[in-house]
Design a protein around this ligand. Structure first.
Ligand SMILES: C=C(O[C@@H]1C=C(C(=O)O)C=C[C@H]1O)C(=O)O
Length: 144
């Protein structure tokens, strides 16, 4: 009987050969997911540096022209790689939105009056950007 934690619920339900094949694919998925985490960590390290530079030079948190170029480039690459371009766009927008929240928090923390919390300044920046009511930011200030 397999003790591999990757077997999950299939362990009791399928023939050993099928289980072996499933486990081998799940081992690859584990490696890919770990790589994604490392890649995202590196990307957020880079965007953190961009956020600090923008705050220092009073540049806006978001750059819609850059986003547009990057999204069309990545949709093209996704198409070539047989990945759904609409999914690639949604995924990238999800990340960019988080980066912009971090940039707003950084610039808020940099320019805030003494005694103003980063969460307050980030919420204010977010509501002025989206036109929505203020929401507390979950983004830690030290992240990009
Ligand atoms: C990282 C930047 O800031 C924002 C985030 C972007 C991203 O995560 O790709 C792109 C443009 C900006 O809206 C940048 O301006 O380069």
């Amino acid at each position: 009987m397999s003790t591999d934690p990757r077997a999950g619920e299939a362990a009791a339900q399928v023939e050993p050969e099928i289980l072996d094949e499933l486990l081998s694919m799940r081992a690859s998925i584990d490696n890919i997911d770990a790589t994604l985490v490392y890649l995202l960590a590196e990307r957020f390290k880079a965007t953190q540096r961009v956020g600090v530079l923008k705050a220092k030079h009073r540049l806006p948190a978001a750059d819609p022209a850059r986003e547009k170029n990057q999204i069309s480039r990545l949709k093209r690459l996704a198409d070539e790689a047989q990945l759904d371009p609409e999914f690639a766009e949604k995924f990238l927008n999800f990340i960019i939105e988080e980066v912009i929240r971090h940039h707003e928090a950084i610039s808020g923390a940099t320019t805030a009056a003494p005694g103003t919390s980063a969460a307050e300044t980030s919420a204010a920046a977010q509501s002025s950007r989206t036109g929505a009511g203020a929401q507390a930011s979950e983004a830690p200030v030290e992240r990009g």
